[in-house]
Design a protein. Structure first.
Length: 58
C-alpha cells in the first residue's frame, strides 16, 4: 500500500488484479457500480452487479 499526499494508493499487484477483474466483468457485460480503497483493510473493493460474491483484491 502506498501513501501519497495523505491518500492511500493501491499497490502494482492490486492494480493488475483490479484490471483483470474489470476486463472479466466487461466481457460478461456486468456493471461495476463502485470501486474504492478500504482504508481499514487496505484492500481494493469492487461493488458489482453479479450473483456470486467476489473476493477482495489483496
Amino acid at each position: 500500500m502506498n501513501h501519497k499526499g495523505g491518500e492511500i494508493e493501491p499497490t502494482p499487484e492490486q492494480l493488475k488484479s483490479f484490471y483483470r477483474m474489470s476486463v472479466r466483468m466487461s466481457n460478461l457485460l456486468r456493471p461495476i457500480n463502485l470501486v474504492r480503497m478500504d482504508e481499514r483493510t487496505k484492500r481494493v473493493v469492487m461493488l458489482r452487479e453479479f450473483d456470486e460474491p467476489l473476493p477482495a483484491l489483496n
